[in-house]
Design a protein around this ligand. Sequence first.
Ligand code: CA
Length: 236
Amino acid sequence: MSPRILIVEDEPSICENVVYALEADGFQVASAGTGRDALEKLKSQPDFSLIILDVGLPDMTGFEVCKQVRVRQSLPILFLTARSSEVDRVVGLEIGGDDYVLKPFSPRELVARVRAILRRVSALPLPVAGNGATPLVIDDTRCQAVYFGTALNLSRYEFRMLKAFASHPGRVFSREQLMDHASEEPDASMERTVDTHIKTLRARMRGVRSGIDPIVTHRGMGYSLVESWPAAEAQA
Ligand code: CA
């Protein structure tokens, strides 16, 4: 099945051109003219692979739409903006867009960008689980961990610790090793807070799936991520 793209743009002529170009290239496309319409479509149709999001929408900014989307979903977002002054914000840490296209643009260029993002996202290295399926995906380009399809709200330290776990499922990490992975400038106070970060990580993951604790405590040694996920749970 070809990927589904949502284009959020209030100018009909731009929207039509983009829809036409994407469909001609084999994509399935839906469109929304307002931020609210976009959020409703994303809620009722969770199978989009990417959003093309105009910054200037009539009811809210594309930035606000992006923030609301990212609370629930981790799909890539390509921004359309008319102002080069907005570009830093679009791709910066605050908004975290995956790419942008400056208006005016050629639909062909936009389609090429869409293809590039989808290639990049699908090529992300995934942690290897015992049964070949994993509900935990580490998205390094966005510093985001996605658990059972839900982006976890993690601090920088927590993300890095989880990334270390996911890179070697089953391996036991000592608190000192976790500290090294989590912090660029580790210090003694960080080691003492490893337990706190682990507690937060567990709470965040429990918030997504209450019955599973994928982080294993090894008394006197440290922590590890489960090596294999129960097949039914991994696919849930
Ligand atoms: Ca607009």
